[in-house]
Design a protein around this ligand. Structure first.
Ligand code: FES
Ligand code: FES
Length: 157
């Protein structure tokens, strides 16, 4: 089947098997390997991307369901080669170690901060509770997200 959608502000048309997940379409057809695949069951959050502004587990969505949607992966968050304020905050706070969970953490946190730039630590923990990290212990991740809030106030970033 052919599916057309927008990914990182670029129109794409891909021929896919109807059963292909959006995660595998992004990684294998479009070479956007920043989206990681861990559990493939919706449990770990590593595959999270933005679909029409909402954080979505791309392992639980079929590529054909993206028809007509605007998909943003971790590669599409920055408009240039530089880090976004949220990414820079992760670096500043040492909020990643192996980095496997990081794309999902960043996309999930970006959706949260875009919708709720005044969120508190409890809200950050609640929203990120579906994103598993085996390295950091989460404290630095929560600190990084809280520190990035200022960049989202007034609709920035
Ligand atoms: S790979 Fe999608 S939630 Fe784990
Ligand atoms: S930094 Fe390794 S799993 Fe999160």
């Amino acid at each position: 089947m052919k599916v057309r959608f927008e990914v990182n502000a670029r129109e794409v048309e891909v021929s896919v098997e109807p059963r292909l997940t959006l995660a595998d379409c992004l990684r294998h057809h479009l070479r956007l390997t920043g989206t990681h695949v861990g559990c493939e069951h919706g449990d770990c959050g590593a595959c999270t991307v933005l679909v029409d502004g909402k954080a979505v587990r791309s392992c639980l969505m079929l590529a054909v369901q993206a028809e007509g949607s605007k998909v943003v992966t971790v590669e599409g968050l920055s408009k240039d080669e530089g880090l976004t304020p949220l990414q820079a905050s992760f670096r500043k706070h040492h909020a990643l170690q192996c980095g496997f969970c990081t794309p999902g953490m960043i996309t999930t946190a970006h959706a949260l901060l875009t919708a709720e730039p005044d969120c508190d630590a409890d809200r950050v923990r609640e929203v990120l509770s579906g994103n598993l990290c085996r390295c950091t212990g989460y404290v630095s991740i929560v600190e990084a997200v809280l520190d990035a809030r200022a960049a989202y106030k007034g609709g920035a970033s």
